[in-house]
Ligand binder design. Structure first.
Ligand SMILES: *Cc1c(COP(=O)(O)O)cnc(C)c1O
Length: 367
């Protein structure tokens, strides 16, 4: 190891987006939209680039227009957000890191409940921030007794919750929301609503009304802009100012800002495709439930989580982990890439054709 590096980096691995896979394949492992931007919107964006972006100039580092447009969109689902309630990041990943920098470096630990989005823990580790994982019950509810004890016994600065959770696809319950609302003022509550458009459930009103709440959202999923890396935070102005202090000055390229603005201006057309995903979610859930070997959970997002049932385990004569690995690798050989994570399979909903191939391939494996 290089002698000038921090010793704890030896325990971290660089993020590996994809294992090697045979081409062509159905990419159902990252919860993106399966549909590219319509050609009409790409053309509008290209025209915007040619006419208004000066490539020799730095981007607008204040993101004024974008913040205003986002505030308008957010206000459709919660009362009265203005540009002062918004901070934008190079993906919500950047905002997660900014939140960690602003709260917990040399100042305490964070609380997560696995299985959940791995990036909170990974980014915390790179910043030397301790991670306390309270886990979940069998039905993927946060272990609230453990969480309450953790809050009492540690200097927890941030609680990270995904609503609905990834990989398990369940939205926060009323009991979980009540617990979050009674947390002390010196604990920041982060509600990651990356899948808001699929769940239509939001706690953005809390982020506007409570000084220790923030909602994160992204353009990477329902808005089909994963390539452009745009996420945003909704919170009271004081927290937004802190995020603006710790971020890089030109964190969002001009072209990405233009892409997000364009997507927002075409949002009825873009979000109309949600209906296809919702219908596919129903079809896929129904089909997975009809498979005796599988045990799927209900989904409020654009992916479905499942494990092997008792019957499935008996059929394969394998332990859960081995059985899931067998399904995962066999599907991959057949050209369907899903995620094996948190002791289960997370299957992103693709196009109707992709989802049909997933069912056919699974049928081949399950018999
Ligand atoms: C996909 C996802 C994000 C989005 O991250 P970006 O950096 O905006 O692409 C954030 N949180 C969760 C839980 C996600 O699943």
């Amino acid at each position: 190891m290089l002698p000038f590096l921090r010793a704890d980096l030896a325990n971290l691995n660089a993020y590996q987006p994809h294992p090697p896979i045979p081409e062509p394949y159905d990419q159902l492992d990252t919860n993106e939209s399966p549909i590219d931007l319509p050609a009409e919107i790409k053309a509008a964006l290209a025209q915007h680039y040619q006419q208004t972006i000066a490539a020799n100039r730095y981007p607008d580092g204040g993101h004024r227009n974008l913040k205003q447009a986002i505030a308008g969109y957010v206000s459709e689902s919660g009362a009265g957000a203005t540009a002062d309630h918004i901070s934008v990041g190079n993906g919500s990943d950047e905002l997660i890191r900014s939140l960690l920098i602003a709260t917990a470096i040399n100042n305490g630990a964070i609380l997560v409940a696995s299985p959940t989005f791995s990036m909170y823990g990974i980014l915390a580790q790179t910043l030397g921030i301790p991670v306390i994982d309270v886990g979940r019950t069998d039905d993927f509810r946060v272990n609230l007794d453990m969480a309450q004890t953790a809050i009492q016994e540690n200097a927890i600065r941030v609680v990270f919750m995904v609503h609905p959770n990834s990989p398990t696809a369940n939205a926060l319950s009323q009991a979980e929301i009540d617990w979050l609302r009674q947390l002390p003022q010196d604990v920041l509550v982060v509600i990651d609503e990356a899948y808001f458009e699929f769940s239509q459930q939001t706690l953005v009103a809390d982020s506007l009304n409570r000084s220790n709440w923030v909602v994160l959202r992204t353009f990477s999923k329902a808005f089909r802009l994963a390539a452009h890396r745009v996420g945003y935070a909704v919170a009271q102005p004081e927290l937004i100012e802190a995020l603006e202090k710790v971020r890089l000055p030109y964190n969002l390229p001009s072209f990405s800002q233009a892409a997000a603005l364009t997507a927002l201006s075409y949002r009825p057309a873009l979000l109309a495709a949600l209906e296809i995903t919702m219908a596919e979610r129903q079809t896929m859930t129904h089909w997975l439930r009809s498979q005796p070997a599988l045990s799927p959970w209900p989904s409020a997002a654009n992916f479905i989580y499942c494990r092997l049932s008792h019957k499935g385990l008996a059929q394969f004569g394998l332990e859960q982990a081995e059985g899931l690995h067998h399904i995962f690798t066999t599907l991959r050989q057949q050209g369907t890439l899903i995620r094996l994570t948190g002791g289960g399979l997370r299957i992103s909903l693709g196009t109707p054709e992709e989802n049909q191939r997933t069912r056919t391939n699974l049928e081949n494996i399950l018999g």
